[in-house]
Structures are given as C-alpha cells and as structure tokens.
Design a protein around this ligand. Sequence first.
Ligand code: NAD
Length: 424
Amino acid sequence: MSSELSYVQPTANSPWGTYLSQVDRVVPYLGGLARWAETLKRPKRALIVDVPIEMDDGSIAHFEGFRVQHNMSRGPGKGGVRFHPDVTLEEVMALSAWMTVKTAAVNLPYGGAKGGIRVDPKKLSMKELEKVTRRYTSEIGIIIGPHSDIPAPDVNTNAQIMAWMMDTYSMNVGGTATGVVTGKPLHLGGSLGRVKATGRGVFVTGREAARRLGLDLRGARIAVQGFGNVGSVAAELFAEAGAKIVAVQDHTGTIVNENGLDLAGLVPASRTEGGAVSFKGGEVIDNEDFWKVACDILIPAALEGQITAERAQKTKARLVLEGANGPTVPTADDILAERGVLVVPDVICNAGGVTVSYFEWVQDFSSFFWDEDEINVRLDRIMMNALNNIWDTADRHKITLRTATYAVACERILMARQERGLYP
Ligand code: NAD
C-alpha cells in the first residue's frame, strides 16, 4: 500500500521525507510487526487552524497554526509547540512523528504530537504574543488535554507561553488543568530540572558515547549550532566536564575561539538582540565555515536539515550529538557512517526534555513535587537504560544507532498497535 499522502509533497531531504526514509530503513528489522509499518507513515490526526489577532496598531493579522497527533497507540500525544516563520504542516508532521519514536525509545507512556504557528515572534509585542498564544490554544483546545495531548515548549516558546496556554485551556474547561502542558513556570505546576532537561540529556548520552569511543571529555573540542535552551545548556554541562566550546553558531552568525569560548560571557550576550556574535571573546567567521571548524564533537541544536551531504563531508568531528530534531538529512547520515563519525540520533539524544516533561505531568497529577536531585538521578537512569538497550540492538544487527533506536521504538509502537487492534 502506498504511503503517499495527498496533502504533503515531501522531498528526499525535507523533514517528512527524511522521516519516511528513516522508517523505511527500520522495516527489515521489525519481523512480523512490519505488516503494521504503514501506520507509522500516516499521522493519526492533523488540525490546521486560523489564528486571527488584533495587532497593537489596530490592524487584523492572521497566522497559520497546526497541531498534529502522529500516533497515540502507547498513550496521549506529547510534543512541543514551535513559533517560527518557516513552520509548515509538513514540518509539524515530521516533528510529531519524531516524538512518537522518541517517547517509545525512552519507554514513556505517550504517543507523539507537535504543534506550531507560522509566525516570527520576534516581530510581535508581548501583548500580541499573548493573543496569538491564547487564540491558538483555544483553536486546538478541541484536541488537546491532560489525557489526550500535552504540548510543551520548542523553538521560540518558553515557560511564559506555557503558562498562557495552561490558563487559556483552564478557562475554557472551567477548572485549573495544570497537566495540559509541560514546561510551565515552577510555581504553576512546573518541574524542577525541566528547563535544563534537554541539554542535560544531550550531555548524558554524549558522555556515554564519548566513553565508548575512548574520547576524553577533558580538553575535547566542541562546536555547537543553535545556542538557545538546548545548545547553551549542553555547552555549559560539557564545559563543566572539562571540554572546550570552540565554535557557536546562532541565527546572528558564528563565533569561534580555539582556546574555548568563555560561556560566562557568551551565554548572556547570546540572550541579547545582538545574539552570539555580539560577544567579544571570539572571532566572527562565515557561517558556512562553522562546519569545517576543528572539533571532536559537533552538536546541532538549531533546526532540521542542517547537516547536508556537503557539510557531512567537511566535519572534523568524531561524534555528532543531535540536540535538534531532524538535523541530519539521510544522505548526510550515510556519509557520516561511511566516514566513521558516530551519530547519537535526536530520537534518543534530545529525549531528556520529554522525560522531565513526563515527570512534570506525573507530579501535576499527584500534586506532589520532587526535588531536583531526584529528577536528575531519574533522568540519568532512564536515558542511560534507553541508550544501553539501543547500543546492544545496534551491535546485534550491525546497524547505526539511529536505525537501532527506530528498531527499539517502532517495535514498542507497533506491538501496542497490534495488541489494541483496529477500531471498530
Ligand atoms: P530555542 O528557541 O531556545 O533556540 C534555538 C536556537 O537556534 C537559537 O540560538 C537560535 O538563534 C538558533 N537558530 C535559529 N535559526 C538558526 C539558523 N538558521 N542557524 C543557526 N542557528 C539558528 O530552541 P530550543 O528549544 O533550544 O530548540 C532547539 C532544537 O532542539 C529544535 O530542533 C528543537 O525541536 C529541539 N528540541 C528542543 C527541546 C526543548 O526541550 N526545548 C526538546 C527536544 C528537542
């Protein structure tokens, strides 16, 4: 049966095209469950909404909003909300599918979902941002909920936006529903450790991968693309472990220092309008030259499709840690494998965020909150167990960590699908 959908036209390297190719690669390892594999290539539900707001100058603006629930065989949908001018239905579909794989890879009782608004939030006032968030939440309110689909932060969304989403949903249902979103502020049912969880997960999986490669983190040179929530936290944890952050790229440009960038100065500078390149402790270089910087570890932590075939040829890194979702296109993946560069794929590498989101959701239901040490210890344990299991699978079948992660995850998803059976 064909997996072409009439409503998207993916290409080989586009997000949904990349995802489909990742699924095709795992099918040979699914045994009898392969008969259910087509289910992975079709989102369960995709909602497109109009988000109209009155701007500060009195004009009316309309934005496209999406929420896609890719698969809910193992539990409610889970996945972030992205505010970005390039958001499309196809991108949100791919991001939702990667959430299905990710939650199954770390064995959380969730399916996969994702949302987004095609908007540049940097061009909105706070009031306009709040209106966009609230109207979007109201529009997708018919499919989200603590037991059906739980949004969280992603690119350009944060705890304040989650607070507005929680409040809007709560107003509509007539009672405070903290469990409808995760990544909330601490005093509104948020969890300790959530802000740093994704970067911490990148560090935990990276530390284990480096150990297995015999790569000493002390003195290791690291290049980081994307210096927001994920990239900056991962960089800080690696620096604490003795590594040198030799290059950072964000939306403003690329800055390098072979002796290591001083994060105490770079992190606050990157939060200003001038971005990373406003930091004076390094040299600004051409963006394309970021990919050939001398480094041991490369951390893509910005957007999809960044590691192209050409950039995969250039990189000097031995280890790639995918903090971003979908940063490596399939042809680049093959080149990295041929060149002996180890890739810890997004669907396990950045799963720390959804893992602590799960802790937040559990804490909200029980109204009993854990301390940060407990959260970090549990996060470490879940990530390490998942990674070790994936590594064993990769060794057993002689496949990449990405295909091994899909093998572990897709078996869980399709087993659930088979056991539930088809309704009606
Ligand atoms: P963020 O908004 O906090 O940061 C995004 C960063 O990417 C910023 O530094 C921005 O300047 C940079 N960037 C944007 N466009 C760029 C470009 N064209 N070139 C270089 N840099 C660019 O977002 P985030 O939450 O850190 O998310 C980053 C990635 O991690 C995304 O792929 C996201 O889906 C993924 N992720 C995030 C979480 C989470 O918990 N926040 C969890 C899992 C995966």
